[in-house]
Design a protein around this ligand. Sequence first.
Ligand code: MG
Ligand code: MG
Length: 283
Amino acid sequence: MRRQQLDIQLKTPEQIELMRGAGLVVAAALAAMREAVAPGVSTAELDAIAEQVIRDAGAVPSFKGYHGFPASICASVNEQVVHGIPTAAQVLREGDLLSLDCGAILDGWHGDSAITVGVGETDPALLKMAVVAEDAMWAGIAAAARGVTNGRGRLTDISFNIEKAIRKGGRYGIVDGYGGHGIGTEMHMDPHVLNHGKPGKGPQLVVGMALAIEPMITMGSPRTVELDDGWTVVTRDRSAAAHVEHTMALCDDGVWVTTAVDGGRARLGDLVTARQPAVKVPE
Ligand code: MG
Ligand code: MG
């Protein structure tokens, strides 16, 4: 394979702190939406909630207008994997599985994060898939933390550990063609982060890199198709999908998960940088 020349933006500690500001705005928007999710609520209503939180914080919704995208969030229900457009007509129903993806720009820096939640009473098998996606995301982030502190980490160590955690979790389709990405002064930057593959390949993981890690898995086929709206990605077999995401920055003593309120401490312990001050996480 031809080696691609990557242009990876490295951030200073001060710039990572600015990314933290954007990350917390995204976390607040997702928390507000999580609170509002219920049967009978439309995805347009959730979009409005997120936009309000983002603008009240003095930030800008990064999705809105991105290549013409019309909203501040992506809301992807059931067989929709990612990039679902929120609408007033899409009213959530009991048992739906909903992925909410949100991004914000504050002081020129980006945060990008997603959660998958059940609407009302939801099939435990679907909720388990969401948990497996989350576990896989954290496994990938942990791999990056270990790799940057021991100086031997490579990009695909993240991919490998994501895949390993998914396989451990059960028989899921690992969506191909979509994945994580570099992030900083733009939402989508080099490098692309695959959610599967062999370890030890790709660029070295170095201090100052910031990456969005976002596994997408399905109850069935890993294959997807894009709908005629030019955005919504659905599974080809229409099986349900889960998608979760966090933005993280690599520091000399671990990672800082900028879109997690606690910076990742609860899931990563000592793999979180000491730069991340202790944060009291509201229940
Ligand atoms: Mg996202
Ligand atoms: Mg992303």
